[in-house]
Design a protein around this ligand. Structure first.
Ligand SMILES: *Cc1c(COP(=O)(O)O)cnc(C)c1O
Length: 371
């Protein structure tokens, strides 16, 4: 039986044409014209003034933390249920990650637990949108205003999504995205920072380009990274962005079909299709096994793999990461919801190239496994 990968991107628009243009003109480095084009079109799409394209989403977070002046001794509040990139950016800058448990239904940071974690050392909240629904930005913005905190918004999973009709990626002092092939728009590898602040934009540009100085190029006042995006990657990005509306519609259709197929399985918890602030965009279609199911997500993934169907476990909370615990972080911290999600949750094939026939087969196999 043909295998169904957990993700497969759609690259059948203008990708080839624009890539050929790069080769024909010889513009392949970050100096090429697609980079500016991608940055400005992308920024406009999420209602921001400036876009700074980089070579991956993790690097965008590294730049965001340093650009905002967060460093030694500063505390940054973030969800425990997220990707390591979020905590890594904070720790590498010498700052301290302070984690908040997940909401059991939306899987986003439980915003009602943030205020109790704010101390005089808190400098920022890192808001991360998880899997399909945005985190509740109203409460994060309220707390940021009340305590004078910066907001970094990681919208990697939420391109094309809105929170109360406003684009995700338009909320942070700096907001970041990734263009890894499982994201709504891909450049192969890539990322971007967006902001409305011209000074922050300039700082991000400098940090992505080794902090070369405009007047004395090889005399450096600060350490940056080489995280530039190439013209080849940006060419893909421009082609992909042309189809974002179609891609979002495909994701929502996938979510609707899976939900129909799986709705009568009483052993599992499915993603919410709507809340009062957003309609699920199903970056991935996540499933959580109820506690009465006598096996865990790993066992279901193994059974799916035996039927040639790809899946992935949910995030493993930051508060349980060996690398961070070895640094002495999160001593005595307990996040029971994220701990459970890590063991009971997994996601099924969710890529843009997924067909309705494949969705049907995944549903059928999953019913077999769970019956
Ligand atoms: C994918 C992702 C990233 C990392 O992006 P890369 O481009 O793979 O480095 C960061 N944050 C979130 C929430 C993501 O989903």
């Amino acid at each position: 039986m043909n295998s169904i990968p957990v993700n497969e991107p759609l690259l059948d628009g203008n990708e080839q044409k624009y890539l050929a243009e790069c080769i024909e003109t010889g513009w392949i480095s970050s100096e090429g014209p697609f980079v500016n084009r991608f940055e400005s079109q992308f920024a406009a799409r999420v209602d921001r003034k400036y876009g700074i394209a980089v070579s991956n989403g993790s690097g965008a977070l590294d730049i965001a933390i340093v650009a905002l002046g967060i460093g030694r001794g500063d505390e940054v509040i973030l969800p425990t249920f997220t990707i390591i990139s979020c905590a890594a950016a904070i720790v590498r800058a010498g700052a301290i990650p302070v984690v908040v448990d997940a909401d059991p239904v939306t899987w986003n940071m439980d915003v009602s637990q943030i205020e109790a974690k704010i101390t005089p050392r808190t400098k920022a909240i890192m808001a991360v949108h998880i899997y399909g629904l945005p985190v509740e930005m109203d409460e994060i913005s309220r707390l940021a205003d009340k305590y004078g905190l910066l907001v970094i918004e990681d919208a990697a999973e939420m391109l094309g999504q809105t929170y109360k009709s406003r684009p995700c990626g338009s909320f942070g002092d700096l907001s970041t995205f990734s263009f890894y092939p499982n994201k709504h728009v891909t450049t192969g590898e890539g990322g971007i920072l967006v902001t409305d602040d011209p000074h922050l934009a300039e700082r991000c540009r400098s940090l992505r380009n080794l902090c070369f100085e405009p007047h004395q190029r090889f005399v450096h006042q600060e350490l940056g990274w080489n995280l530039r995006m190439s013209n080849l990657h940006a060419a893909l990005g421009v082609a992909q962005l042309e189809r974002l509306d179609e891609f979002v519609a495909r994701k929502r259709n996938m979510g609707r079909l899976y939900t129909q197929l799986l709705a009568d399985l009483t052993q599992i918890e499915l993603p919410l299709s709507t809340t009062d602030y957003a309609q699920n965009i199903y970056w991935v279609y996540g499933i959580v096994l109820k506690d009465e199911v006598p096996f865990d997500a790993k066992a279901v993934s193994a059974k799916l793999a035996a039927a040639n169907i790809g899946s992935r476990p949910f995030f493993w909370g930051m508060h349980e990461q060996p690398v961070l615990l070895k640094m002495g972080l999160f001593e005595g911290v307990s996040c029971p919801v994220a701990t459970r999600l890590a063991r009971r949750g997994f996601y099924i094939p969710s890529g843009l190239a997924l067909t309705e026939a494949q969705i049907d087969r995944v549903g059928t196999v999953l019913k077999e496994i769970l019956k």
